[in-house]
Design a protein around this ligand. Structure first.
Ligand code: HEC
Length: 223
C-alpha cells in the first residue's frame, strides 16, 4: 500500500528467509528478526511529537524560548484576577439603614431577596420565617439587634458558635442586602406556631443590642 512496503526499499534478503521477507543480518541465539520498517505516517507522528515537545518546553519555561512562558502568563493572570476580585471578597460594611429599608420597600428587590432566603435560610428559619433552629425573624425579639444594619451584620458575619453561618463568605454582597431586605419585610407577619421569642424586645429604631451569649429565656443558658 505505502511506498515503504515496495521492494525498492527492501534491504538485502539473506538466505534462509523462508517467507521471502527481509531479515536483519544479526542472529541472537539463532533467532532472526524481520526488518519491517514502521509505516511512514507513524514515523511522521513520532517526529512530530518530538518537535512539539521541544516547542512546548521552550514556551513553558521562561528561561528558554520566547514570550514569558505559559507558567508566567498563568501567574500574571492569577495576579490580575486577584486584583480584580479582591474588592468583592473584602468584608462589606453594612449599607445605611435607609438604603436597606428602601430595598425592603421595593417589591422586586424583596422578591429576589426571598429567592435567596428560600434557598439558604429557610431550613433553619422556616419557610415563613417563624423559626426552628434559628430564631423567629418576624417578631419584635432580637438577639443581635433589630436595626437593618444589625440584621445585615449578623447575616454577613454569622454567629458561628450558635449555628448561624457567616453568609458573607457564601453570598454576593447584593444578595446579602436583598435577603436582609426580605428579613426586614417579613417583620410582623405573625406566622402560625412561631418559635418562642429569643433575645430582647426591640424595635428597628431602637439602639442595637448585641447580647450574644446571654439571651434571656429558656433557649439561652450555659453551653
Ligand atoms: C444552619 C442554620 C441557619 C441557617 C441556614 C441560617 N441561620 Fe440565621 N440563625 C441561626 C441561628 C441558630 C441563629 C441564632 C444565633 C444566636 O443565637 O445568636 C440565627 C440568627 C439569625 C439572625 C439574628 C436573629 C436575632 O434574633 O438577632 C438573623 C437576622 C438571621 N439568622 C438571618 C438569616 C438569614 C438571612 C439566613 C440566610 C441567608 C440565615 N439566617 C440562615 C441559624 C441559621
Amino acid at each position: 500500500m505505502t511506498p515503504d512496503e515496495s521492494p525498492a526499499t527492501t534491504p538485502h534478503k539473506p538466505a534462509g528467509s523462508a517467507s521471502g521477507e527481509p531479515l536483519f543480518e544479526h542472529t541472537y541465539d539463532g533467532i532472526q528478526e524481520y526488518d519491517n520498517p514502521m509505516p511512514r505516517w507513524w514515523v511522521m507522528i513520532f517526529w512530530a511529537t518530538i518537535v512539539f515537545a521541544v516547542v512546548y518546553v521552550a514556551n513553558v519555561l521562561p528561561i528558554v524560548g520566547w514570550g514569558k512562558g505559559w507558567h508566567a502568563n498563568y501567574v500574571d493572570e492569577m495576579a490580575a484576577a486577584e486584583k480584580k476580585y479582591a474588592g468583592s471578597r473584602a468584608p462589606q460594611a453594612a449599607p445605611p439603614d435607609d438604603a436597606l429599608l428602601a430595598l425592603a420597600a421595593d417589591p422586586t428587590e424583596r422578591e429576589s431577596g426571598k429567592v435567596v432566603y428560600m434557598k439558604n435560610c429557610m431550613p433553619c428559619h422556616r419557610v415563613d420565617a417563624g423559626g426552628v433552629i434559628g430564631p423567629n425573624l418576624t417578631d419584635d425579639f432580637w438577639i443581635h439587634g433589630a436595626k437593618p444594619g444589625d440584621i445585615h451584620r449578623v447575616v454577613t458575619a454569622g454567629v458561628l458558635d450558635k449555628g448561624m453561618p457567616a453568609w458573607g463568605a457564601v453570598l454576593k454582597p447584593g444578595e446579602i442586602e436583598r435577603v436582609t431586605a426580605y428579613v426586614i419585610s417579613v417583620h410582623d407577619t405573625h406566622p402560625e406556631n412561631p418559635k418562642a421569642p429569643q433575645g430582647v424586645e426591640a424595635k428597628p429604631d431602637a439602639e442595637p443590642h448585641d447580647h450574644a451569649g446571654h439571651e434571656p429565656g429558656a433557649e439561652g443558658g450555659a453551653p
